[in-house]
Design a protein around this ligand. Structure first.
Ligand code: NAD
Ligand code: UGB
Length: 341
């Protein structure tokens, strides 16, 4: 495979790029190195990619000419589209960045793909947040997704509709992956597991939100290595049409999968796990969840991904947080203490 990875300096993008390169695929990355969070972390990830001879271009997926040139020079067979403005709560501060990357950027990329011959198969990151205020658990791909609770979620839902249009009109093979709260080494500093670790180590307080009637919030936290396996499995099965073998081509492939861990954990439990690994007690402020777009819980039904992609998450939160904490301590130069297993 020859894969264009967008968002390749990002958390998931860097892990996927390295995994693909290590197994012998051709990988070119693109990233605009924006300052949504510390760009030095993105530069550090870029160094990891360089060590694996992954070529990473600094550019924006809205750059029509840059994309046209890229698709002209490289005959990409696949696009792993991970570039986006992520984060649920930030949408209330900077709504335009979600339109820029998650809508305009997606359409620009899809236009470049449909103008290419042969067209690359596209696998892209949607989000568990599209389930919004859905109360039926666990979430299945066929459940309602028409009640987004945040602008972020709405742009991801819009992405699912937009990709369907490009599949229907231009025959682009599209696979959407609804990731569920992904965590792990080289993660995102804006996410709770990461910012909690930083504050706990610095002796600063953390704010733990709770839902209505003081019910703990919960997430189906999914370890990065499991997500990478789901992404690679999707790329490997991303065919042109649903028809197989010499049979008459069926309609172009359009798929959507949940990639989660199927075992939600409450936020206070996640904090307790971090305290054990860090051997430091957190200073906790407990606040009612503000109307910031957060949802009370997520829980993935992954039977479709298991059946179609062979997706099988293997790392539980306790183990995964241990790996994250070991990375965090070494990356930020804390003395390595033997962390609790
Ligand atoms: N991490 C999670 O928990 C999670 C959960 C669900 C979905 N997702 C989705 O997975 C994808 C990857 O997320 P992540 O956690 O790695 O986030 P991330 O912010 O680390 O990675 C996104 C990367 O895309 C780049 N980018 C953003 N806009 C761009 C643009 N217009 N042009 C070029 N580059 C651009 C950023 O600089 C960043 O490096 C995103 O689509 C995100 O919405 C993530
Ligand atoms: O699956 C997704 O699609 C999403 O996953 C991720 O969002 P979330 O599941 O909200 O992760 P995260 O922010 O770590 O908050 C975790 C929990 O801690 C609570 N939380 C958060 C911050 C805080 O200070 N206190 C707190 O209690 C908070 O209320 C929540 O209950 C991605 O960021 C996002 O890109 C999106 O893709």
């Amino acid at each position: 495979m020859s894969v264009l990875v967008t968002g390749a300096a990002g958390f998931v993008g860097s892990h996927v790029s390295i995994a693909l390169k290590k197994r012998g695929d051709g990988v070119v990355g693109i990233d605009n190195f924006n300052n949504y969070y510390d760009p030095s972390l993105k530069k550090a990830r870029k160094n990891l990619l360089n060590l694996q001879n992954v070529y990473l271009i600094e550019g924006d997926i809205n750059d029509v000419h840059m994309l046209a040139k890229l698709f002209d020079i490289v005959a990409f067979t696949h696009v792993m589209h991970l570039a986006a403005q992520a984060g649920v709560r930030y949408a209330m501060e900077n709504p335009k960045s979600y339109v820029h990357s998650n809508i305009a950027g997606l359409v620009t990329l899809l236009e470049a793909c449909k103008n290419t011959n042969p067209q690359p198969a596209i696998v892209w990151a949607s989000s568990s947040s599209v389930y919004g205020l859905n109360e039926k658990v666990p979430f299945s791909e066929s459940d309602r997704t028409d009640q987004p609770a945040s602008l972020y979620a709405a742009t991801k839902k819009a992405g699912e509709e937009i990709t369907h249009t490009y599949n229907h009109i231009y025959g682009l093979s599209i696979t959407g992956l609804r990731f569920f709260t992904v965590y792990g080494p080289w993660g995102r500093p804006d996410m709770a597991y990461f910012s909690f670790t930083r504050n706990i180590l610095q002796g600063k307080p953390i704010t733990v939100y709770r839902g209505k009637n003081r019910v703990d919030l919960a997430r189906d936290f999914t370890y990065i290595d499991d997500i990478v396996k789901g992404c690679v499995g999707s790329l490997d099965t991303a065919g042109k049409s649903t028809g197989s073998g010499g049979k008459k081509r069926g309609p172009a492939m359009f798929r959507i999968f949940n990639l989660g861990n199927t075992s939600p954990v409450t936020v206070p439990m996640m904090v307790a796990m971090l305290e054990k690994h860090l051997k430091v007690k957190a200073k906790k402020h407990v606040l009612d969840m503000p109307g910031n777009g957060d949802v009370p819980f997520t829980h993935a039904n992954i039977s479709l991904a298991q059946k179609e992609l062979g997706y099988k998450p293997t790392t539980n939160l306790q183990t995964g947080l241990g790996k994250f904490v070991r990375w965090y301590l070494s990356y930020y130069g804390y003395r390595q203490e033997k962390s609790v297993k």
